[in-house]
Design a binder for this molecule. Sequence first.
Ligand SMILES: C[S@@+](CC[C@H](N)C(=O)[O-])C[C@H]1O[C@@H](n2cnc3c(N)ncnc32)[C@H](O)[C@@H]1O
Length: 285
Amino acid sequence: MLRQVFAAMLRPIRIGVKRCLNVLSQGRKPSWPVTQALFMAPRSLADLEPDEGLTRLRAELMPMPRPRSEDLFSLGNQRLPCWLPSDEQLADDWLLSRDYYPLYHNLFKLISRGAAEVRLLEIGVRTGYIGAVFVRAVECRRRYIGVDPSLYVRDGLQRAERTLVALKASGGDIEFDLIEGYSTDAAVQRTLQGMPKFDIVHIDGDHTLTGKLRDLDLARHLVARSGVVLVDDATHVPQQCGCCGAGRAAPLVSPRRLHSSEARPGATRTLSGGLQGDWTKDGAQ
Ligand SMILES: C[S@@+](CC[C@H](N)C(=O)[O-])C[C@H]1O[C@@H](n2cnc3c(N)ncnc32)[C@H](O)[C@@H]1O
C-alpha cells in the first residue's frame, strides 16, 4: 500500500522523500558530511569529472593479462579456505569473472609497484577473497586489516584467517589483523585511527547508500595522502546486498579482534577482553 502511494507521487516529491528517508536512516548519530552527501549523491555521481591519474591507471590496467580466479584461490592442488563451493553457483558469477578478482589482482600490482610496504584496509571481509588476492598481488611488505561483523558467513573471519595463515606460510612478508565488528562501531573506528595510514581502503561492507557514505567518511581519515579508496558497487545501491544480506537491520555484536598476526604470528585469538585499552566485552565505551 505504502509502495503504491509512493509510486503515485510526483517525481520531485519522490526524490525528496527518498533523500529524507536516507538521511533519517543514519540513525541516532547523523554525520554532517554524510547528510550533505545524501542530498547530493545522485547528481554528483553523474557529474564526476574523469581524473587524469585514474585514466592513466585504467589505460595500463585493462590490457594486463589477468590470472584466473581458480589459480588465485588455490595453493598446491587445494582451494584456499576462503573459497566456498556455493559461491560458484551464484547467478552473477563474481567469483569466476575475469572482471572481478583478477582485475583487483592487477590493480593491487600496479598500485604497489616500487613500494616498500603496502597497507590495505578492507571493510567487509566475508571469507577473505580480497585479502588473498592482495597478498598474492603485492610483492613487498604487505599488511592487511579486515573488519567484518561475521554475520552472513558465520565462520567467514575464521576462513579469512586460515587463508592468510596458509599464504603467509607459503612465503612473503605478510602481516594481518582481523577485527570482528562493524565499521560504524566507535571502538573499531578508534582502533583503525590508531593505526598507520592505509595505502588502499576497500569499502565492501554495508552496501546501502548511507552505509557506503559512512565508510567513505571514515576512510578519508584513514587513507594516506597518496592512497586510494575503492568502493565496491559504488553506483549500485540495492535494498539488500545480494551475497550476504548486508543492508538489513543488523543485530549488534561487540567488536572483537579475532586475529593479530603482528602480536603473535600464526595464532588465533578469540577475545572477549582486549588487546588494546578500549576493547571491552560490551563493545564501545
Ligand atoms: C560483499 S561482502 C564482502 C566481500 C569481500 N570484500 C570479498 O570480496 O570477498 C560484505 C561483507 O560486509 C560485511 N558487513 C556488513 N556491514 C558491515 C559493516 N558496517 N562493517 C564491516 N563489515 C560489514 C558483511 O558481514 C559481509 O561479510
